[in-house]
Design a protein around this ligand. Structure first.
Ligand SMILES: C[S@@+](CC[C@H](N)C(=O)[O-])C[C@H]1O[C@@H](n2cnc3c(N)ncnc32)[C@H](O)[C@@H]1O
Length: 436
């Protein structure tokens, strides 16, 4: 059979797959991109979920998320029933079925649906019998056995540096936080207390509003009117610490999709929001339109852009995003230690550019959503060595907890903090001033 005939058969096959199976099929495509190709979900979601109705997209995302969050557990339950590791496509089907069974889905339905999917896939059809036999066995033990399995560990490339920086107990606490996932946090455009009351959320000491359970953001009161935006409680702190005043000339140097830009624009500062990515800036403009806030937006490479000088600069530099694993369980599989060095170089170059764009007497807040010291304190210490005009200023606010402070004078936030409240993303934040 020729290539076109084969593709045609595959397309016709896809059409025959029952509608109810499409979220699982899409989840498997997401898993194959992350686990097979090392691609982050954010890079492939748009393409792989294209054409699916919103509920099916959401279900596919939830299924892929659950498998990635629990991968070592599913592999542990599967291991006794496999004499050798099956090819990736079959293994991912088994992992998906095992996770669904373990999370309490009706065994008969899950097994027959996953076997149906196996029969439908070109790479998996030959393993239909194996999938059936293994999942039947897993179904007998999964829900009880699951609960007794250890919390999944991070892969070595990330676990090793975290152990070195924080010690094994803190690293294990972060792994528990990653496994538990993250609540929904909102930042209010206006009064946070009023937003907490309107949404039934909890007003956190830092001013964010935390919503319990799973909700549809667009259905929350005030969404259409732009009364709030979604932003993790830790991610809301850098702009608060910059403290941009009304009328101040402020630069958001890596701005998109704009959570921090919106915070600064809401204070009445005159904000320039710059980012190298056109599509990400388009999202920032959508956020500005929904919230009725105004800034200047610039699509440019910060390393070569001329402007300023600015009274205040926020540099939320591109980074490993290892502080956001709670929300992005694909990240440990989609990054490697090799991806870190170029990011660290870019961060240093961006800090140097920020210093050049800052007015004498101006304030620079540097932050990254990373857990790794080389993207946080080490960057700031090196920058202070390169720029004699720059001094670190100890952040001061009534909501700062002593445990958050790092020895050099920044804030070191990790996902295991606020465990009883539902945690926070990992962030490093430092506030510096340029001599007048
Ligand atoms: C951590 S994200 C920023 C998140 C944003 N501050 C927020 O709160 O929504 C880093 C951003 O840096 C941008 N970026 C990367 N390299 C850049 C460069 N050379 N110049 C300007 N922006 C850059 C990326 O496009 C990305 O949007």
């Amino acid at each position: 059979m020729g290539k076109e005939a084969r593709q045609g058969r595959a397309r016709r096959g896809a059409e025959h797959l029952p509608e109810s199976q499409r979220p699982r099929q899409a989840a498997l495509a997401l898993l194959s991109a992350v686990l097979g190709e090392g691609r982050p979900l954010s890079d492939v979601e748009e393409r792989l979920l294209e054409g699916l109705p919103p509920e099916a997209r959401a279900r596919a995302g939830r299924l892929a998320d659950a498998v990635l969050r629990n991968l070592p557990r599913a592999d542990r339950l599967l291991a006794p029933h496999l004499t050798k590791r099956p090819p990736m496509a079959t293994l991912n089907l088994l992992r998906l079925g095992t996770t669904e069974l373990a999370e309490g889905a009706a065994a008969h339905g899950v097994v027959s649906d996953i076997v149906g999917l196996a029969g439908h896939g070109k790479k998996t059809a030959q393993h239909k019998g194996l999938v059936n036999a293994v999942l039947r066995k897993v179904a007998e033990e999964a829900p009880e056995a699951w609960e007794g399995l250890p919390v999944p560990r991070l892969p070595g490339w990330l676990r090793k540096p975290l152990n070195a920086a924080y010690g094994p107990a803190r690293t294990a606490a972060m792994e528990r936080a990653h496994h538990a996932g993250a609540p929904l946090d909102l930042t209010a455009k206006g009064d946070p207390q009023a937003l907490a009351e309107a949404t039934g959320g909890e007003l956190l000491p830092t001013g964010s509003v935390r919503i319990a359970g799973s909700v549809q953001v667009s259905a929350l009161p005030g969404f259409a009117e732009g009364a709030f935006w979604v932003q993790d409680a830790a991610a809301a702190l850098p702009a608060k610490l910059l403290g941009a005043k009304a009328g101040a000339k402020v630069l958001d140097l890596c701005a998109a999709p704009g959570g921090k830009t919106l915070q600064m624009a809401a204070t009445g500062a005159e904000v320039t929001a710059l980012d190298i990515s056109g599509p990400r800036l388009a999202r920032l403009r959508e956020n500005l339109a929904r919230t009725g806030l105004a800034t200047r937006t610039v699509t440019a490479d910060a390393l070569h852009w001329e402007g300023g000088p600015f009274d205040a600069i926020l540099l939320d530099a591109p980074c490993s995003a290892t502080g956001t694993v709670r929300r992005h369980p694909d990240l440990p599989f989609a990054r490697t230690a090799a991806s870190l060095a170029p990011l660290a170089e870019l961060q240093a170059a961006l800090i140097d550019r920020a210093v050049a764009l800052l007015a004498p007497g101006g304030t620079l807040v540097y932050c990254t959503c990373s857990l790794l010291p080389e993207e946080g304190a080490a960057q700031v210490e090196a920058a202070l060595g390169r720029h004699a005009s720059l001094a670190l200023e100890r952040p001061d606010a009534e909501w700062i907890e002593e445990a958050w402070r790092s020895p050099e004078g920044g804030l070191r936030l990790t996902p295991d903090l606020w465990a009883e409240r539902g945690g926070m993303d990992g962030f490093y934040i430092a506030r510096m001033v340029r001599a007048g």
